[in-house]
Design a protein around this ligand. Structure first.
Ligand code: PAF
Length: 283
């Protein structure tokens, strides 16, 4: 059975107040819809450790720095509700835009430091949009736990810091990236790739894993990054925006894997911007 779709904050609060009164632990999975297996794994994780699960679907205009990207973003509410049916979801919150950004809305949540690198400079305003909408969704759902994919690792850290800094009483849980058998990270953007583009995109993870192995064996990052960039371009990627090795906790840049780290890559293939990251074992 598909979960009820709630469009107003009043309807949502009626449910969450009842659930909290009963002592239920509420989990929330914030999404922008166009659900794939990565999202469904978050719903599963929420279902495994919470009494009640809310999935939110809201295509947040404030986090798109490209109007075309926003206009083209897939809206598949009916299919999304069907896909969630086996995951024990109690409510799907699809707020009317007025519930998120009422007339005169003038507040922005901005997280500094963690947003100064990688996606921050490449997508001006993106993280303010994310932090603002996620703060609202946390406060509106009054959830106890929130589930985010490690695929957007920088987003995960930004959201965790935002909740901590603002004393929002919620535990932000990171869940592993779900991948195709080729290693390609699941993403709504993969739908935009041609069959040839899928082949190119699928090589990214393999190239990253080779770098991670060499880092774990004690090699310095600088030369490996150059080799990885050449390998990506030779494979058919048209542009590499960044290849970074960063501390898994603070995102400070690292010259080698002297502490738990993550390797981040963002590159373009077939006109599509693809991002991925993997953990790197410390030496
Ligand atoms: O990762 C996403 O889909 C979005 O950035 C999020 C967290 C739902 C906020 O709009």
């Amino acid at each position: 059975m598909t979960a009820p779709i709630l469009r107003s904050l009043a309807e949502l609060r009626t449910k969450t107040t009842e659930w909290h009164r009963a002592g239920d632990v509420i989990g929330v999975v914030p999404t922008m819809g166009a659900l794939h297996e990565g999202h469904l794994s978050l719903a599963q994780a929420a279902n495994d450790s919470c009494d009640r699960v809310i999935v939110t679907i809201f295509v947040n205009p404030k986090q798109f720095n490209n109007p075309e990207d926003l206009a083209n973003y897939p809206r598949t509410e009916h299919e999304d509700a069907q896909k969630l049916a086996p995951y024990g979801v109690d409510a799907i919150y699809v707020p009317d835009p007025q519930e998120i950004y009422p007339d005169g809305f003038s507040t922005t949540v901005s997280v500094t430091g963690l947003t100064d690198m990688m996606e921050g400079p490449f997508r001006p305003g993106h993280f303010e949009g994310v932090a603002t909408v996620v703060a609202k969704l946390f406060l509106q759902t009054q959830a106890d736990r929130a589930y985010f994919g490690e695929k957007d690792y920088q987003q995960l850290l930004v959201v965790r810091r935002m909740a901590r800094d603002l004393d929002i009483p919620i535990k932000v849980v990171g869940c592993p990236t779900v991948r195709e058998p080729s290693g390609l990270a699941m993403s709504s953007r993969n739908l935009l790739l041609s069959p040839e583009g899928v082949k190119v995109a699928s090589r990214m993870n393999e190239i990253m894993r080779r770098v991670a192995e060499k880092l774990a064996a004690g090699k310095d990052f600088e030369g490996l990054a150059q080799d990885a960039k050449s390998a990506l371009l030779d494979t058919g990627f048209t542009e590499v925006e960044y290849i970074d090795l960063r501390c898994a906790e603070t995102l400070e840049s690292l010259p080698n894997a002297s502490k738990p780290a993550r390797l981040f890559v963002t590159a373009w293939a077939d006109g599509v911007r693809l991002i991925d990251n993997i953990p790197v074992d410390p030496v």
